[in-house]
Design a protein around this ligand. Structure first.
Ligand code: ADP
Ligand code: MG
Length: 625
């Protein structure tokens, strides 16, 4: 609720709408308490008094009735009728929608055909027909307006309910023995409720207008009773001679409907989780970089290096330091493994290199990414785009979501090639088949015509690798490339990557949480924890002589062939820290069995301990083990 109000208050216009409509409702509520003259008393002596005269603030109408009093009583009535109609329509329409969507089949058919019949008439015409049949009067106008709005709710809610009814949590509720009524109330209703509120908030204004329309035509409130519509209708005859008699109710209708609609928009934005997560806000083409003017001369002989990179996520006043001062480098023809538990900042590090972290909320606050002397964080969009998928390419974890479901393998590969190379149609096709061959896809000419869903998981990942290789990259960043695959396919894919790497002399950044994978394929290893590198060294050093308690913990939790029979794996106790509020000192100390007093207060820097080994830890773990 507080979150809802917060996100509502962020929308200035909606907030203004909320203030205005609250004020109007408040005035309408206290109207009977105000010292106003009777709105219906006729006083023909004082006809058409202009506004701001001593005893009639807004003037009087054609029968000498006080306009201020009529306006407030009329507003009260119009609001009451509008809200009642909206509530009735929402209640009946949503019930029909939920029942129809939940039970489906015949129930759905019968109810929806009934709704279709209502929808077959233009609704103003339908409302007029209903009032004509029931007889004029405000209550009948209310019923007419409610009825013509039922289909809107029924259709909307049915659609949402159908989507929910086939979800697993409904099946689970059924399996647990709940009755249909209970499922509808406890499982379906909470999920469709926001939609009902959204639909209501956007239609209330419309219903007030419709009621006013019927009253304007003389079918709603009957004289002498005032509502906004009937006031407008009666003032019509004096539109030219005494325009204020029309302007007063007209302005009120405008204010009410505008305020309600602005508020409705705000409610919709605040309640719709898709809008909340920012999915619909347009993503930036690259990660935002905090303004920092430090520049240094970068070494043009380096292939790719990252120094002191900091990437943060700014989410509602909290600042998540996902990458907190990471330095690493890629070297031609070698594989750098980056390991760490899930959430340690591996992916964000990799995505930051090419400015692919989504902004907002991501922001790079410091650091350099040096690609042959160019700082990729500061270079222009065009340069960055030419490198993405060209000299630096990515392989992502889930091959199904990284391939486009509606294009064939060939179309996607050709698109990837043509984005960076200028080749003829025939050349592109040849290259595409060659690529598929190079990743050992059998029968490439046939397979090229397949869609992603026709391929197995391993095949799809091969296609992703082929795409990554399409423009002869110098660096391939592979983010958990085999995590979605089963073990045998995993081994094949990794072996393939290794072979390709040796043949083409590319550098690979291999990100994984699987120690077994880096053990076999990486030349150097960086161990990450809470957005920092805590240990680094050659694969040999890290595996045979691990020094950081976190690396030791990772090793002990990994099954090994040389494990003594009957011995157990020991997991690392505790949870990774909250990155917006990491513990003081070494962020690993709450989980560390060697922690000393110093670890709790002072943050250890990454220091070199031997030729090929660095660690960020105060403790001499060898002595303590
Ligand atoms: P991993 O090491 O498993 O790849 P990530 O680099 O994906 O971890 O994530 C590091 C941290 O950054 C996590 O705490 C995660 O919650 C946070 N994070 C990642 N992406 C986003 C995002 N788009 N918005 C907010 N937080 C994010
Ligand atoms: Mg990741």
């Amino acid at each position: 609720m507080i979150g809802f109000l917060k996100s509502l208050s962020r929308n200035r216009l909606s907030l203004a709408g909320l203030v205005v409509i609250t004020a109007v409702i408040f005035v309408a509520l206290v109207t009977p308490l105000l010292p106003l003259p009777d709105p219906d008393v006729i006083d023909t002596k004082n006809r058409f008094k202009t506004p701001f005269t001593t005893d009639a603030f807004l003037g009087t109408d054609h029968l000498g009735r006080d306009l201020m009093s009529r306006l407030l009583w009329g507003t009260r009535l119009s609001l009451a009728v509008g809200f009642c109609a909206a509530f009735l329509a929402a209640l009946i329409g949503s019930s029909i929608g939920i029942i129809s969507g939940f039970y489906g089949k015949h129930v759905d058919n019968i109810l929806m055909r009934g709704i279709d019949m209502l929808m077959a008439f233009p609704y103003i015409l339908l409302a007029l027909a209903i009032v004509a049949a029931l007889g004029p009067g405000l209550f009948n106008a209310l019923i007419a307006v409610a009825i013509v709005n039922i289909p809107f709710f029924a259709r909307n809610i049915r659609g949402v309910t159908v989507g929910i009814t086939h979800k697993e949590f409904i099946d689970a509720a059924r399996l647990s023995g709940m009755t249909d009524t209970r499922i509808i109330i406890t499982e379906v209703l909470p999920n469709v409720f926001p939609v009902i509120v959204i639909a209501m908030s956007t239609t209330v204004g419309w219903m007030i207008l419709e009621t006013a329309g019927l009253s304007f035509l003389g079918l709603g409130s009957q004289p002498p009773q005032a509502d906004l519509g009937s006031m407008l209708g009666e003032a019509r005859a004096a539109l030219i001679t005494s325009p204020y008699t029309s302007v007063v109710p007209g302005a009120m209708i405008l204010i009410i409907v505008m305020a309600i609609n602005l508020l409705g928009d705000g409610i919709r934005d605040a309640l719709d989780p898709r809008l909340k997560s920012g999915v619909l806000s347009s993503p930036r083409p690259r990660t935002l970089v905090a303004d920092y003017s430090k520049t240094k001369n970068l070494d043009a002989s380096e292939l790719l290096s990252v120094s002191n990179l900091r990437t943060q996520f700014h989410i509602s006043n909290r600042n998540y330091k996902a990458v907190d001062g990471v330095s690493l480098y890629a070297k031609k023809g070698t594989c750098l493994g980056i390991i760490g538990e899930s959430g340690s900042g591996k992916s964000v590090t990799a995505l930051s290199i090419m400015g692919l972290v989504s902004s907002p909320p991501g922001i790079i606050t410091e650091g350099y990414v040096n690609y042959k002397g160019i700082n990729l964080i500061q270079t222009n969009d065009q340069k960055l785009r030419s490198l993405r998928g060209g000299k630096i390419s990515y392989i992502f974890q889930d091959p199904l979501s990284s391939l486009h479901p509606l294009y064939t393998v060939q179309q996607q590969l050709e698109e990837a090639i043509l984005a960076h190379q200028n080749l003829s149609k025939e050349e592109v096709y040849q290259k595409c088949i060659e690529l598929l061959k190079s990743v050992r896809i059998p029968n490439p000419k046939q397979r090229a015509k397949d869609y992603p869903h026709q391929l197995s998981g391993g095949m799809r990942q091969r296609v992703s690798i082929a795409m990554a290789l399409a423009n002869d990259p110098e660096v391939i960043i592979a983010d958990e490339p085999t995590t979605a695959l089963d073990v045998t396919i995993q081994a094949q894919i990794l072996k393939l990557m290794k072979n390709l790497q040796q043949k083409t002399n590319t550098a690979i950044l291999l990100i994984t949480h699987d120690l077994g994978v880096v053990a076999r394929y990486a030349d150097r290893i960086n161990v990450m924890y809470a957005g920092r590198i805590v240990e680094r060294g050659t694969a040999e050093e890290i595996f045979h002589y691990p020094k950081h308690p976190y690396t030791l913990g990772l090793m002990e939790s990994m099954p090994r062939l040389d494990q003594a029979p009957g011995s157990r794996l020991t997991p690392i106790p505790g949870q990774p820290p909250d990155l917006s509020d990491p513990p003081p000192g070494c962020p690993f100390h709450p989980r560390c069995r060697f922690a000393e007093a110093r670890c709790r207060s002072e943050r250890p820097p990454l220091e070199q301990i031997t030729d090929n080994h660095w660690k960020a830890c105060w403790v001499d773990t060898d002595a303590k083990r």
